[in-house]
Design a binder for this molecule. Structure first.
Ligand code: HEC
Ligand code: HEC
Ligand code: HEC
Ligand code: HEC
Length: 501
């Protein structure tokens, strides 16, 4: 068992006195009392995952369900924030109205979930202090709810459970401060804020530090859960029980390895290698059995002679139902953003920058370039026919027919689902994407205005992985892998096998 050391003498004395008085005060403190701290950080205004890949975690409506579920268990619940909740980064002019609307939605959602308190990150201040105040969120340096006090270290009020919230650097930056936190009588440190929201984006708990240090995955992909049991003599310090956090880490590792074996098994099946396939299937079964045993093992019993805590993480996964009120709020917000963006786009003048002299521009699939007579599709009918069979040719319809309502006017979405967003000749305005819908040829081969007038030069023959990754980012395309994905966009009429690559 890993224990957190004793508190400073003064605090120990005060708490010991309290404990001694407790029976006289009605004995409530004698019965062990469990308080659940929920913690989220670096939400970065993620209202919902984009839905680009399967099983993306997060989303305010699911998050609300997760919080509600914990509240229904009946213990006291204190929801804390680590900052950087409201904005993804500094505000860009064209996105300002939509981003402010989004911050309001996030704020309303957090209020409805009963956020007790949060430290403030730079990103929360992107629209200024006045805007932040109007959102009526409990941002503060330190506060208290029930037996839990929280805040930036040095500003945490006295309480049976004292939580320091750090706003920078994740566990790496927090660990050197753990010793100091213990000296200040803090129970626990919550860490937050990587430079980029997607950097070092892991659930992590360091339980053998001077005080436990917890970092939660950003963008609302999970909630950290710390169950604190107030029992026995507080002067003996908190025992940290190996809770579900380690177990979950172990389980997700097993799941990752099983997934890898499954992929290799599929490849073996496809290649007709039955022996290998059987061996890999056995591996998968073995890992499943280990995961089952891990899940079935009983959790360790908490001690009665001292307070204790366990740390776990709640994944905000796709199988969590959505809280209906927040679902409606978010969907209504999408409609509002679409109207705002459309109105702004219609007012905007020239859509895209002009190409530099001698620089090619995007021309689209079906229009002849200035000075040329044929369109892309006239000269490359076979490639076009093959492309039409790929999902790239439906990328815009995907947004129009989004399961949660249309999103094609949303600046968070449109850029990767059209051709040449922001580039000369491309789509630069949500109200003017005609001829630039979908992931067309030039998304990969580059602008073709010069090529179409003077073929076969002036064009990129063999787009590499870098091209794909401008859209197939780890966040949007979790399964992207070059060889496999490349094979799926080529076929008869487009990209002769064995050439290039
Ligand atoms: C950075 C580029 C990028 C942005 C921004 C983006 N997408 Fe995507 N989207 C992709 C890519 C790449 C895929 C294909 C992922 C894959 O299959 O690996 C995809 C796939 C999808 C799919 C699944 C299509 C299918 O047939 O399964 C949906 C739905 C979707 N996106 C919706 C959205 C929405 C809604 C937004 C805005 C919130 C958005 N996308 C923003 C790149 C992007
Ligand atoms: C006026 C006819 C014409 C137009 C318009 C045209 N091409 Fe081509 N393109 C050719 C010819 C001819 C070749 C050489 C033969 C071949 O590879 O098919 C070629 C070759 C290519 C190549 C291979 C280049 C190489 O180095 O091997 C790519 C890629 C390509 N075109 C893409 C496009 C795209 C994308 C568009 C439209 C956005 C386009 N072309 C428009 C005629 C045209
Ligand atoms: C301009 C952005 C963009 C670029 C560049 C891009 N893709 Fe995509 N890709 C998408 C989007 C968006 C989708 C989802 C289309 C849909 O179904 O709505 C997608 C889907 C796919 C799919 C289908 C995935 C599935 O599960 O159905 C494959 C395969 C793919 N892309 C491969 C590639 C490869 C390989 C490259 C580079 C050579 C590439 N893409 C470049 C945006 C892009
Ligand atoms: C998702 C990325 C992507 C898109 C979209 C795409 N291509 Fe390609 N294209 C490639 C790749 C990769 C190759 C293979 C190059 C090689 O052989 O190394 C290729 C090869 C080619 C070639 C040369 C080989 C051949 O088949 O003659 C032509 C021409 C071409 N593409 C035209 C087009 C046209 C026209 C479109 C639109 C209808 C298009 N491509 C859309 C990625 C793409």
């Amino acid at each position: 068992m890993i224990t957190v050391g004793a508190m400073p003498r003064r605090a120990r004395f005060a708490l010991a006195t309290l404990a001694a008085l407790a029976p006289l005060l009605g004995g409530a403190a004698e019965r062990p009392r469990t308080v659940t701290i929920l913690y989220l950080a670096d939400l970065g205004a993620t209202v919902e995952p984009c839905g680009c890949s399967e099983n993306q975690r997060g989303g305010l409506p699911r998050l609300a369900t997760a919080v509600e579920k914990v509240r229904r268990e009946g213990n006291e619940v204190v929801l804390l924030g680590g900052g950087d909740l409201l904005f993804e980064g500094p505000l860009a002019d064209d996105r300002r109205p939509a981003d402010l609307a989004k911050a309001r939605v996030v704020a309303e959602a957090l209020r409805s979930m009963g956020l007790a308190g949060s430290v403030r990150g730079e990103r929360d201040l992107a629209a200024g202090g006045d805007f932040l105040r109007k959102l009526r969120l409990p941002f503060s340096e330190g506060g208290r709810q029930g037996p839990v006090a929280y805040g930036v270290p040095g500003r945490v009020p006295r309480a049976p459970i004292r939580v320091g919230i750090l706003h920078r650097g994740g566990t790496r930056a927090a660990l050197p401060l753990a010793e100091q936190a213990r000296a200040q009588g803090l129970t626990l440190l919550l860490a937050a804020h990587r430079e980029k929201l997607t950097d070092d984006d892991l659930d992590r708990a360091v339980l053998d530090a001077a005080v436990p240090v917890v970092q939660v995955q950003g963008r609302g992909q999970s909630l950290a859960r710390i169950d604190v049991r107030l029992a026995g003599d507080p002067a003996r310090g908190f025992a940290v029980l190996p809770g579900t956090a380690q177990r979950e880490e172990e389980l997700s590792l097993l799941e990752l390895r099983a997934g890898e074996y499954r992929r290799r098994q599929e490849a073996a099946d496809a290649a007709g290698n039955l022996d290998l396939s059987r061996a890999l299937a056995a591996k998968v079964a073995e890992l499943a059995e280990r995961a089952r045993a891990e899940r079935a093992a009983p959790p360790p019993a908490p001690p009665d002679d001292r307070p204790s805590l366990t740390v776990s993480f709640i994944p905000i996964s796709a199988d969590l139902p959505e809280e209906p009120r927040l679902r409606r709020l978010v969907t209504r917000h999408y409609g509002e953003v679409a109207r705002m963006n459309l109105a702004a786009a219609r007012k905007q003048g020239r859509p895209c920058p002009d190409p530099r002299v001698d620089q090619a521009a995007i021309i689209g699939l079906d229009t002849a370039p200035p000075g040329g007579r044929s369109a892309c599709q006239d000269c490359h009918p076979a490639a076009v026919a093959q492309w039409r069979g790929t999902s790239h040719a439906r990328a815009y319809a995907t947004l129009e027919q989004g399961p949660k309502g249309p999103r094609q006017f949303d600046l968070d979405c449109v850029g990767c689902h059209v051709t040449g967003w922001g580039a000369p000749g491309g789509a630069c305005n949500v109200a003017a994407v005609e001829g630039r819908k979908d992931v067309q040829c030039e998304s990969c081969h580059g602008p073709a205005s010069l090529h179409a007038v003077d073929p076969p030069g002036h064009i990129l023959r063999s787009p590499g992985e870098d091209r794909c990754r401008t859209c197939h980012t780890p966040e949007h395309s979790t399964a992207f892998e070059w060889e496999g994905y490349r094979a799926r966009i080529l076929g008869p009429g487009h990209g002769a096998p064995g050439r290039g690559g």
